[in-house]
Design a protein around this ligand. Structure first.
Ligand code: GDD
Ligand code: MN
Length: 417
């Protein structure tokens, strides 16, 4: 059994959700410095709600791993929202076995994002991180994330959508919802959502200095979006990981999180922070020109193949049109892959990845086609515009859309430098 000394819980910070610039430690007088208020390099918050079945295991795994390379220079902070299964009590009991473990029990506030920030407010580290308690985030990735920070990144996120990343057994519906949310984010808040390949990630670390003294106001689940939105983040690094299946307990995600996500995006958008990010942003003009040239070549291919199929193969109109369009999509893809986005695809070699890019490109083109038809109809029927002008505007809008979405989803650039 454990020793009798009872370990205190952390006091829950109140007031603004703002991280202090310097860790809350007693500086100066080293003689009286107790191990309890010593600064550390890395603070990892583990938010929990009903994770009684996972808490011991995750603490054990993280300790084993982190002891391997930053022993004595890190802390684990469990922030529990008064779980009915008493996760906080179990965590508290673990403290005598794991001296680097600290536990916060919140009884008033609730919610994942604020839990993480409250944990960071109590943190003594220079680098602040977060990981799920349910073992869906593989702990090994921490080492690469920390390495990225050491190399100068302000933010290092674990991503399901870069090399080495993925989801284990997600249904098509769940994948679709997840990607749909990302797409929506790109439309509403491109300069925040577009900075990382996996904006929904709840597994990342950030330099304290990048988010200190900024009042955060997150909603629901997606704390990373708030960090990018209000933080002063220059360099971003991403490390691929496979989102594991949950073995114990259950997910707390409901439809509410989707609504909160959208509201969160809208609020960040109107928050005026975006203007600051805009200055840093350089429009990819040359790339867009190349994309335009390739697009024009596609029109030629489309028409040419259509002509051949109609005149020489005697194929029906619709079939010819579909087939010729698909051929043009293929040639467009090949040209874009080799030229427009050549610098990016050369970093993502291999057939598998190329085919993946092609499938995404294809889907985005099809969505563009639907958008095109909708726009022409809208401009012509609702605004009474000349139909050729309407078509021209639709083509321009869809070209922009295709370019932007392809840039962000098919050929993704992560600005690591
Ligand atoms: N303190 C606290 N309060 N913790 C919470 C709350 C809450 O209200 N809700 C959830 N948690 C904890 C869970 O106990 C778990 O450790 C972690 O937050 C993630 O919750 P899950 O319910 O397991 O979420 P998921 O499996 O759908 O994961 C998705 O969200 C994660 C968090 O953003 C994915 O998008 C992950 O990539 C992401 O990390
Ligand atoms: Mn989970």
């Amino acid at each position: 059994m454990f020793t009798d000394e009872s370990h205190d819980l952390l006091t829950v910070p109140t007031g603004n959700l703002r991280i202090p610039e310097a860790p809350p430690v007693t500086a100066g007088d080293n003689v009286s410095e107790s191990p309890d208020d010593r600064a550390v390099y890395f603070s990892l918050v583990i938010p929990t709600f009903n994770e009684a079945k996972n808490i011991r295991k995750i603490v054990e795994l993280l300790t084993k791993l982190l002891d391997g390379f930053i022993a004595d220079d890190y802390e684990l902070i469990v922030v529990d929202d008064n779980s009915p299964d008493c996760t906080w009590e179990l965590a508290q009991a673990l403290m005598s076995e794991y001296p680097q473990l600290r536990v916060m029990r919140r009884q008033e506030e609730k919610g994942l994002s604020t839990a993480v920030i409250r944990g960071w407010q109590a943190a003594k580290g220079q680098v602040l991180g977060v990981i799920d308690a349910d073992l869906q985030h593989p702990p090994e990735v921490l080492q690469q994330l920390l390495a990225a920070i050491e190399q100068g990144a302000d933010l290092a996120t674990a991503s399901r959508h870069v090399e080495g990343g993925g989801v284990s057994e997600w249904s098509v519906v769940r994948r679709f919802l997840s990607r749909g949310a990302q797409l929506l984010g790109l439309v509403i808040l491109p300069r925040v959502i577009g900075r990382v390949s996996d904006p929904m990630s709840g597994y990342f670390m950030v330099r304290r200095s990048a988010i200190a003294n900024r009042t955060m106001n997150p909603m629901g689940y997606k704390i990373l979006i708030e960090v990018i939105g209000v933080g002063n983040i220059d360099q971003v690094a991403e490390v691929g990981y496979v989102f594991q299946e949950r073995q114990e307990g259950e997910s707390k995600v409901t439809w509410r999180q989707y609504v909160e996500y959208i509201l969160h995006l809208l609020r960040l958008r109107s928050g005026g922070r975006v203007a600051r990010l805009r200055k840093r942003w350089q429009p990819p003009v040359a790339r867009f020109m190349r994309f335009g040239v390739v697009g024009l070549s596609g029109v030629g291919v489309d028409l040419g193949i259509f002509y051949l199929l109609r005149e020489f193969a005697g194929l029906a109109l619709t079939r010819s049109a579909i087939l010729s369009s698909e051929v043009a999509i293929i040639t467009n893809f090949l040209l874009n892959d080799a030229w427009t986005f050549g610098d990016i695809s050369s970093k993502q070699k291999g057939w598998k990845r190329r085919i993946k890019r092609f499938i995404k490109f294809n889907i985005i083109c099809l969505m563009g086609l639907i958008l095109n038809v909708l726009l022409v109809n809208l401009l012509f029927n609702a605004f009474g515009m000349n139909e050729y002008l309407a078509k021209l505007i639709a083509i321009a809008a869809v070209t922009l859309w295709n370019f932007w979405i392809n840039l962000k989803l098919s050929w993704r650039v992560t600005e690591t430098k």
